[in-house]
Ligand binder design. Structure first.
Ligand code: UPG
Ligand code: MN
Length: 808
């Protein structure tokens, strides 16, 4: 396929982003952390429990910093030159494009439609493309919208190609007005296309789940009497590109599928949907490469497919062994976009310089053969199957055993593993075979989800699958581009963002504990050592909230117990430099792209609650569940951030078989930490002059102050967003704070100057209580819909307050 003449310039280039300044900074922080640890060890005998806990927490931070330094040590990315593709490659390979959607309410069909249109219109020969939409919601609305989208595509795709439109998702494109300087013909086409798009979006947004129209159209018969979790497989070929002339040849194949679902059968969320997509597309078009996007991630650059091909088709292929090409993900919702862009690209570019970026779930091109479980060692230098491997892999029984008993599937597999481009017969002819591989029992006792396709044992299926691929010795490539290749949406900051973060962290922890854990087989040679460390760092990120939580309470603890937390003299300098550098370096970097402390809190809190989930899972009490995030169009965005959207039932949610956390509980940790620190600060200022020498002092008080400042904005968020149950959050946090304080020995209550031990005083309870009531009163003033439940919680608070205050 590719022309091997070596005179032509390369299709892509590897760029290194190595920076000695960054390295020096990373090493300095590491050095400072180590000297702090050393100091703590040397003085461990003179100091109390606070000192030991601080040492343990700091050891964790040092370890995490070490892993982080490993990631950021040698960042790299690939720069493709799509304009060189045509002179080098005469016959472009075909590409199957997958879109997953799961819920027509959380993921409005108009968003899916836009994503699909952007893919159908990419700059690539239409007869080499196929677009498959998997609908886990089994929604006739989604199917209806896609059919309408196809009608519009017949206008949209030629329009984009004729005028070389840059952004090919219509909702984005039509946000800009027509410039008056445009020529007449263009203006006419533009107006017409815009009108058609408006008609389409009115139809799609106006459609309801009314059974009348469903019954009226035979095409929707498959959707009658179905439930999202109880229906048979549906496969609909919306459009088949059979060549021809004009618009007919310009729109790629377009297929709607929804796999069979039955209650009591595990369906493995997105990974299950993807594996079905891989099979159906194998039967229908069997392209060598597959693109996968989330339903909200439209292609923002018409050249994405060509860019990816620059990496795959770069000669010599075997030096690279590139299994997949990951594009950066960016988000069109302003505030959220920056935080993720920054983190993801920072991390991915770093890992991109080791063995290659991690598959991020969306905006990724996979090689079909790799998805089928092939290893680089199965291949000859020219990319054909190694002859011994052929014998093992290509026997019919072993294929059927591993991939399931479908004759058509086995045939397509053989062709795909041998990289044969099979001449297409009609897509319609494959519908029956496609339905068969969507059966709930099809994967039973096969290797799907275990070693083949997307792997199942984590709800973070992307990272999990990625480890599997890298462990077989493949590499991957991270593309750097000026213009974001894909744009999607992120939930607004707040509970939804925390839920998403919590799901991610839980999924990563599942990986940490599953059989692919980066901890196991630490020196397995195919997964490079540094890459393994990178995976370790990522899969452990949920755990980092534990030392952090302790650290946030330590200054308060040490102030109360009059035991030192921070070193004195020269070593205090080290601590201050560390904190200072950390603030300047991390926090500043973090804030630079517009982050707020709240974003940081979402991270912290999401991680904390994932620990809760994973504990329940490891104990076998509940399963981890993929809760789909809500997606909104940018112009209709405004209403989305107000208030919680999930139900606020506490305890076991029977539908999902999982413990749900009440929204307001997400604010519990911050409220708790803030209350403890404020109370201790107040206490400290009252008793400052009567203190003994040698223990804790101003340093620890400053620590408390710093932490209180850090958490204040997130507690403020609790009030701003109008979460109805803030009273309950406050009362719970206060209850926790009280009970922590009351663990002291009874005789230690009050100022005990003999023991030189500064212990909790009754007044602290009154201070805390008064504070809470003042805050509550202020909050209630602006919120008149006080429910009985809130009143009862308030009464509970009052009673517990009195009980605790009179305790002696
Ligand atoms: O049962 C399910 C659940 C989800 N999805 C699809 O999965 C995608 C991602 O879901 P979303 O709610 O948007 O989750 P995010 O946290 O935004 O997704 C990120 O993280 C996921 C892993 O947790 C990856 O799968 C995604 O690709 C990645 O973008 C969407 O297209 C959904 O339609 C399904 O197809 N079936
Ligand atoms: Mn998403």
């Amino acid at each position: 396929m590719a022309d091997s003449s070596s005179f032509l310039p390369p299709l892509c280039e590897r760029l290194s982003y190595k920076s000695y300044v960054v390295r020096a900074m990373d090493l300095t922080v590491l050095g400072l952390l180590c000297s702090l640890l050393l100091y703590r060890i040397l003085h461990i005998n003179q100091n109390g429990i606070g000192w030991v806990v601080a040492f343990l927490c700091e050891s964790c931070f040092t370890f995490m910093w070490l892993l982080f330094t490993n990631i950021t040590w040698s960042p790299a990315a690939h720069k493709p030159y799509p304009e060189r593709l045509d002179e080098r490659v005469h016959d472009l390979p075909s590409v199957d494009m997958f879109v997953t959607t799961a819920d027509s309410v959380q993921e409005p069909p108009i968003i899916v439609v836009n994503t699909v249109l952007s893919l159908l219109a990419v700059n690539y020969p239409a007869n080499k493309l196929a677009c498959y939409v998997s609908d886990d919601g089994c929604s006739p609305l989604t199917y209806f919208s896609l059919k309408e989208a196809y009608k519009f595509a017949k206008i949209w795709v030629p329009f984009c190609k004729k005028y070389n439109v840059k952004i090919r998702a219509p909702f984005r494109y039509f946000l800009n007005h027509l410039a008056s300087s445009e020529d007449f013909e263009f203006a006419k086409d533009w107006e017409m296309t815009k009108r058609e798009y408006e008609k389409l979006s009115q139809k799609v947004e106006g459609i309801t789940d009314d059974p009348h129209w469903l019954n009226a159209d035979d095409d929707f018969e498959a959707f009658s009497n179905t439930k999202p979790n109880d229906h048979s497989t549906i496969v609909k070929v919306i459009w088949e590109n059979k060549g021809g002339v004009g618009e007919k040849k310009e729109v790629p194949h377009f297929v709607y599928i929804s796999r069979e679902k039955r209650p009591n059968y595990l369906h493995h969320y997105k990974a299950g949907a993807m594996n079905f997509l891989v099979r159906v597309s194998g039967l229908m078009t069997n392209a060598l490469y597959m693109l996968n996007v989330d339903c909200d991630m439209y292609a923002n650059d018409a050249d994405v497919v060509r860019q990816a091909m620059c990496i795959f088709l770069q000669e010599p292929v075997n030096l690279n062994h590139c299994a997949f090409v990951q594009f950066p993900q960016a988000f069109y919702d302003s505030n959220a976009s920056k935080r993720i862009n920054f983190f993801r690209s920072h991390l991915e570019r770093g890992i991109g310089g080791i063995q290659g970026p991690i598959y991020a779930g969306s905006g990724c091109f996979h090689t079909r053969r790799v998805m089928y479980g092939l290893s680089p060692s199965d291949l000859e230098d020219d990319g054909s199957l190694y002859s011994a491997a052929t014998r093992d892999i290509l026997t019919e029984e072993s294929l059927a055993r591993e991939f399931g008993h479908s004759k058509e599937m086995v045939k397509s597999l053989v062709e795909s593993l041998q990289r044969k481009s099979n001449p297409r017969n009609s897509l319609i002819n494959s519908i029956e075979a496609a339905k068969e591989v969507g059966n709930v029992q099809y994967e039973y006792q096969t290797s799907w989800g275990k070693t083949i396709g997307l792997l199942y044992d984590s709800i973070m299926e992307d990272v999990n699958t990625s480890i599997g691929i890298h462990s077989r010795g493949w590499t991957s490539s991270w593309i750097c581009s000026d213009q974001p290749a894909f744009l999607g949406c992120m939930p607004p900051l707040g509970v939804d963002a925390m839920l998403q973060r919590r799901r991610w962290m839980t999924g990563l922890l599942e990986i940490f504990f599953n059989k692919q854990s980066p901890l196991i087989g630490m020196f397995h040679h195919k997964l490079r050592f540094r890459q393994r460390l990178a995976y370790l760092s990522i899969s452990m990120s949920g755990l980092s909230s534990i030392p952090f939580l302790f650290y946030c309470l330590l200054p308060a603890y040490c102030l109360l117990h009059n035991s030192p937390l921070f070193p004195k003299g020269f070593c205090l300098g080290i601590t201050l430099t560390l904190v200072g550098m950390h603030c300047l370096y991390t926090l500043w970097e973090f804030m630079k792209p517009g982050f707020s402390v709240q974003v940081w809190y979402v991270y912290f809190c999401g991680s904390l609650f994932s620990l809760f989930d994973i504990t329940l899972k490891l104990l076998g009490i509940s399963e981890t569940v993929f809760i789909v995030t809500k997606k909104t169009m940018p112009d209709t965005k405004s209403g989305s951030g107000d208030g919680p959207s999930q139900s606020d039932d506490d305890g076991l949610n029977l539908d999902s078989g999982k413990f749900e956390i009440e929204d307001s509980l997400f604010f519990l940790p911050s409220t708790f930490i803030l209350l403890v620190n404020l109370a201790v600060l107040a206490y400290f200022s009252v008793g400052m002059w009567s203190r003994g020498r040698g223990g804790s002092g101003m340093g620890e008080a400053c620590g408390c102050m710093f932490i209180a400042m850090l958490f204040l904005p997130s507690v403020k968020g609790l009030f701003e967003k109008g979460y109805g149950s803030r009273l309950s959050t406050l009362s719970k946090a206060a209850f926790l704070a009280f009970s922590c304080g009351s663990r002291d020995e009874p005789e230690n209550y009050g100022l005990n100057s003999d023991s030189n031990k500064f212990v909790i005083d009754d007044s602290i309870y009154f201070l805390l209580g008064t504070f809470i009531w003042l805050v509550n009163l202020a909050a209630l003033k602006g919120n008149f819909d006080i429910t009985w439940s809130m009143l009862s919680k308030g009464t509970f608070l009052a009673v517990s307050f009195v009980v605790f205050s009179v305790r002696k």
